[in-house]
Ligand binder design. Structure first.
Ligand code: AMP
Length: 122
């Protein structure tokens, strides 16, 4: 799948639409999810044009990967959820039910998250 630079997160990165920014550095941008599923629900995205984790793992530089992973951990600590624990997840492609085709990691916490997976209803 090639990268669609008109996806909503690409527009956020270019500043064409606003976001509720939590953190930014050379490698990543983090902002609050517009439809939070927990008291803390932040999306962390790399600045490079990567469709998914699969694309990122295959094509990103080591510096981009290190920078992004460090960004995810930094965001969790900044949000104050690291001590009690939290969940990170990234949906990939059709079976992963990925809706926005720019790699993003969901950082969710602030409450007990329950079991990791449930059976889909549809
Ligand atoms: P996914 O299903 O993993 O692709 O997740 C996409 C996430 O992006 C969902 O949790 C949406 O609520 C979130 N989202 C979509 N548009 C925006 C936006 N403009 N600002 C913040 N979060 C968004």
């Amino acid at each position: 799948m090639s990268y669609d630079d008109q996806n909503i997160f690409a527009k956020i990165l270019r500043g064409e639409i606003p976001c509720d920014k939590v953190f930014e550095d050379d490698h990543c941008l983090a902002f609050n999810d517009i439809s939070p599923q927990a008291p803390t629900h932040v999306l962390v995205i790399p600045k490079g044009p990567y469709v998914s984790f699969d694309d990122f793992h295959a094509n990103a530089t080591d510096a981009e990967i290190v920078g992004f992973v460090r960004g995810v951990g930094t965001v969790a600590r900044m949000c104050g959820i690291a001590d009690d624990g939290y969940r990170i997840l990234s949906n990939i492609g059709t079976n992963g039910f990925q809706e926005v085709p720019h790699l993003h990691v969901h950082v969710v916490g602030g409450r007990h998250m329950g079991r990791m997976l449930s059976k889909p209803r549809d």
